[in-house]
Ligand binder design. Structure first.
Ligand SMILES: [Zn+2]
Ligand SMILES: [Zn+2]
Length: 266
């Protein structure tokens, strides 16, 4: 069974990830414009009308921006929990009743061969979740937009072939930068975003839980840059005697381009 995965974009200007097996093609979040998502799907040779669903992690616009238009244009169901539906319904525009799908947080559901678990994360939204997608052989988890990472989340993520994990900001850059005080506090809080350092420390635990590849995601445009995120994480891993490319692969999701396209054949 083959699974394809890539990040179409990630960052505060829009998040959208793609996963597919032989029977299903799924978007996780649709935070770019509908047109942008169509273009990026085109880059990887996917026709949007083939999508079987859009999973939404939470109602912030960088995760839902194109969801309504894609659903209307191509008749695609949107999957979210009740809290997220309440938070996003008025922003999406009208969605056909058949395309409104409600899942429950912490309860697995099936889509074709995929067993999908939406698990709770802490972020300043109604009912934010991360997703684990498992087809019996390959497991992929997507966890961005979280103020801190708990042992429960690490357990959900364990044994993943690939994890998309937020590495949002460098704490010093954020503190020294020009964001208003309330926003700095929000980002640094338990309901904000994960720092490079927190991400690095989480990866140490995830390597011990048999995670094979981590894709750093949702990097801040103003308070981070890819080289800094990678360097911070590398130094935390080496302090813990973890060797990149041997014990774990570290990759990156980009704000403005499609990531590496992974193909898992098991
Ligand atoms: Zn958010
Ligand atoms: Zn976000």
């Amino acid at each position: 069974m083959t699974i394809n995965f890539c990040s179409l974009a990630s960052g505060s200007s829009g998040n959208c990830h793609f996963i597919a097996d032989d029977s299903n093609s799924i978007l996780i979040d649709a935070g770019l414009s509908g047109k942008q998502i169509q273009l990026k799907l085109g880059e990887i040779g996917v026709e949007p009308q083939k999508l079987s669903g859009i999973l939404i992690s939470h109602e912030h616009s960088d995760h839902i921006h194109g969801a309504g238009i894609l659903s209307r244009r191509f008749n695609i169901p949107i999957f979210a929990n009740k809290g997220t539906w309440e938070g996003m319904e008025h922003k999406l525009g009208s969605i056909k009743e058949d395309n409104i799908k409600i899942f429950e947080t912490n309860k697995p559901f099936e889509m074709g061969n995929f067993s999908i678990l939406p698990y709770e994360i802490s972020h300043d939204a109604n009912e934010p979740v991360g997703f684990s997608l498992f087809n019996g052989r390959t497991k992929i988890c997507i966890t961005t937009d979280l103020g801190h990472i708990t042992d429960e989340i690490k357990d959900h993520i364990s044994d993943s072939d690939l994890v998309v994990l937020e590495s949002n900001h460098d704490i010093e850059m954020l503190k020294a930068g020009g964001y208003p005080y309330y926003l700095k506090r929000r980002i640094l809080s338990d309901f904000g975003h994960l720092s490079n350092e927190a991400c690095g420390n989480a990866i140490v635990d995830l390597v011990n839980k048999n995670v094979k590849t981590v894709m750093l995601a949702h990097l801040s445009k103003d308070n981070n840059f890819p080289e800094l995120a990678i360097e911070t994480i590398k130094s935390i891993l080496s302090m813990n005697e973890i060797v990149i490319n041997k014990d774990v692969m570290i990759d990156m999701a980009f704000r403005d381009r499609v990531s590496h396209l992974y193909r898992f054949c098991k």
